[in-house]
Each structure stands twice: as C-alpha cells, then as structure tokens.
Design a protein. Structure first.
Length: 233
C-alpha cells in the first residue's frame, strides 16, 4: 500500500505554512508527479512509477516519497534498492509510527538480497563445475623445413639447366650456319670471323653451365628423395 498522505507531509515540511495558503508551483508539480506515480503503481508499471516518485522527491524531500519508491522496488524484487529506499525513509522521519516494522522489513530485504546473490553465484558456478575437461589432441609436427625447400629448389635448378642448354645450343647452331658463308666471303675481301668465334665460345660456355646445373639438379633430386623417405618412416 502506498502512502497517500503525501500532500499533508509536504505542507508540514514547509516550516509552518498555513493550510489556508495556496500551494506553491513546486507543491503543485510534486502533487502531479505523485498522482501519476500512484496511478502507474496501480497499473503495475513500477519502473515508471519510480520515475514519477523520484521527480516528486526532487521537488520536496518528503519521507513518504521514499517509502513509495521502496514499495515499487519491492514489487520489482529489487531487494537492495528497496532496503536503501526504506532506510532513507527512516532517516527523514526517524520517529515514524511504523519505524520498528520498517527496520524489520529492511533486515528481511537485506537477507533476500544476500540469498539471491548466493543463488546466482551457485547457478553461475554449476556449469563450470560440470563442464567436461577439454581433450588433449596431439598433432604431428609437419615435415622439416629443408624437405619443403628441396622440392622447389630441384625444380628451379632443372629449369635453369634447360634454359642454359637451349641458349648454348642456339648460339652454336647460329654460328655453325653462318660460319661457312662468312669464311668464303673473307677469302674475297677483308673481313673477320672473330665475332662468330666469340658467339661460339659463348655457346660452349653456356652449355657448360647447363651441365653444371644438371649435375646440381641430380644431386638435389637424390637428397630430396632421401629426406622424404626419412620423414615418412
């Protein structure tokens, strides 16, 4: 039940104002907030009712407003907030007729809040206690880095050997086709075949590089095969 003697408390708190005097603007506003809060409380709209009672309290510090706020929090099962509101009620009006009952109610609300907190802790802890321990999965380590690198290296050296062989063969072939005609021409007039000799030497040198690359490629293939066998064992 809400405290319905709010206006009387307001008037008594104004320091001896006469009942015959017209209410001030703040008193009228406080009464309007109170009436809206009471209607919202009757409609079970407790959160909105709290806002109206707090607005009235901001205009006039009256104990009844704190009591009504506490009742709203009780209906919302907000035990700690309800106890806080009732304590403010007693601080404003320590000689209230129901002071003893309010003290008992505050103790009960504090106990409910404590019990709710312990219940929540148990609910939160239960899933953690029952949760299965994570399985330990052992993952085999991947092949060593040298084995991974030997494959691309083998392919790269093999390609280089083919390129060197192709270039060297092309140089030698071009010199072989041009050399007889150049030699016959040089017999009739002054000329030189030195450039052709240079191309020929370059072709042989390139073929030599192709041979070296081929040997290296074969060695890499043998090493790669051995390492693959050792990893798969």
């Amino acid at each position: 039940m809400l405290r319905c003697w709010v206006l009387l408390a307001c008037l008594l708190s104004l320091g001896g104002r006469s009942f015959a005097q017209a209410p001030t603007g703040s008193e009228t506003a406080a009464r309007a907030h109170y009436e809206r809060g009471a209607a919202l409380f009757d409609d079970a709209r407790y959160v909105d009712a709290i806002l109206e009672f707090e607005a009235a309290r901001a205009l006039h510090r009256v104990a009844a407003f704190e009591y009504n706020i506490g009742r709203c929090h009780e209906r919302l099962e907000q035990w700690t907030l309800a106890a806080d509101a009732f304590e403010r009620y007693l601080r404003i009006d320590p000689k209230a007729q129901d002071a003893a009952g309010i003290v008992t109610r505050i103790a009960e609300l504090r106990e409910r809040a404590s019990s709710s907190g312990r219940r929540l802790e148990r609910l939160l802890a239960a899933p953690l206690a029952k949760a299965p321990r994570p399985a330990v999965v052992l993952i085999a380590s991947p092949p060593t880095t040298p084995t991974r690198r030997l494959g691309p290296a083998t392919v790269g050296v093999g390609i280089a050997a083919l390129v060197f062989a192709s270039i060297g063969s092309g140089l030698i072939a071009s010199v072989s086709s041009a050399y007889p005609g150049r030699e016959a021409l040089c017999r009739t007039r002054a000329c030189s075949v030195d450039d052709l000799r240079g191309q020929l030497h370059g072709g042989y040198a390139t073929l030599a590089l192709a041979g070296v690359a081929t040997v290296v490629d074969v060695a890499l293939i043998v090493a790669w095969s051995r390492q693959r066998k050792s990893v798969t064992r």
